[in-house]
Design a protein around this ligand. Structure first.
Ligand code: PMP
Length: 298
């Protein structure tokens, strides 16, 4: 594995509770509610050519995730949009990854945390996308996770909440230990759900099929890619997909702000051949993210 600079030892500034602070000063105490009880929500966005793709949609989801966890963000959505741009400009990147995070502070340290301060930070770092489309078109290999996405009655599944990533990290670690890039997770009913940090699409006879996001994140990239597919007159079907159907699809790809459009060649014993539809949508998405105004409203 390439050497990684620890994330608390990087250069630059972080927007933290209303102002830019030096990277190393953006600290929190070990007795922080967000750390102990997962009262924490976040976003993952990408900066392309000095613009953040679908910034307003990401900020709206951040506020909705916080609301679902009972946290009132002490800023407006416009202020958080401005904070993301201020942090991006201060970092001076052309392209980068943007991580807003909202968490409960240290005022109370028990399950009940009614009066904790709600902290907000926005950090940016460089996370290159996979530039070589030929390499990407070979497709990645996915394991099948034994962990299932929980029911909406079990967890706030519409929130991009830190607690929901516990089973994602477990799944991804198990997959990596077996030599896979990522893992496919089924949901609590046994339907195909998503990967550990990205949504999934399949192709059959020129039509896209993707799971109905009724117990996992309805990704912003997912919605953009569906809209881009419609501009190409590619039909899109959202429905419950059973594992036994996986053998009947020709192509498969993942979508996510970090993953962008990533073709998949294998899921467990199932095989796919990245083809024309994956390539077209990979291209259309990478073109859309760099336009001054996106071609799709989502
Ligand atoms: N599902 C999960 C679990 C994720 O972490 C992500 C990445 N945020 C997605 C789906 C895709 O969401 P988006 O396209 O909004 O980045």
């Amino acid at each position: 594995m390439a050497e990684i600079i620890p994330f608390d030892q990087r250069d630059g500034v972080i927007w933290y509770d209303g102002k830019l602070v030096a990277w190393g000063e953006a600290k929190t105490h070990v007795l922080t509610h967000g750390l102990h009880y997962a009262s924490c929500v976040f976003e993952g966005e990408r900066l392309y050519s000095r613009r953040i793709y679908k910034l307003k949609e990401h900020t709206a989801r951040l506020f909705e995730s916080a609301r679902l966890l009972g946290m009132k963000i002490p800023y407006t959505e416009d202020e958080i949009n401005a904070a993301c741009m201020e942090a991006a400009e201060a970092q001076g990147f052309e392209d980068g990854y943007v991580r807003p995070v909202v968490f409960r502070g240290s005022e109370m340290m028990a399950v009940s945390a009614q009066i904790t301060k709600i902290h907000v930070a926005v950090a940016l770092w460089q996370w290159p996308s996979y530039f070589d489309p030929k390499e990407k078109l070979k497709g990645i290999r996915l394991d099948v996770s034994a962990w299932r996405r929980p029911a909406p009655e079990t967890a706030p599944t519409k929130a991009k909440a830190a607690g929901l990533y516990m089973i994602c990290t477990l799944s991804k670690h198990e997959a990596e230990a077996k030599g896979y890039a990522d893992a496919l997770m089924f949901d609590y009913r046994g339907f195909v759900a998503e990967a550990t940090g990205a949504n999934i699409f399949f192709v059959k006879d020129g039509t896209l099929h993707t799971p109905t996001p009724d117990c996992f994140l309805d990704g912003i990239t997912r919605r953009s890619v569906m809209a881009l597919a419609k501009l190409r007159q590619i039909p899109v079907v959202e429905r419950h997909i059973k594992p036994e159907e996986l053998g009947g699809f020709s192509e498969c790809f993942l979508t996510g702000s970090a993953a962008e459009v990533t073709p998949v060649a294998e899921i467990g014993h199932w095989r796919f051949t990245p083809g024309q539809i994956s390539e077209t949508l990979m291209h259309d998405y990478s073109e859309d993210v760099r336009r001054p105004v996106s071609r799709v409203e989502i």
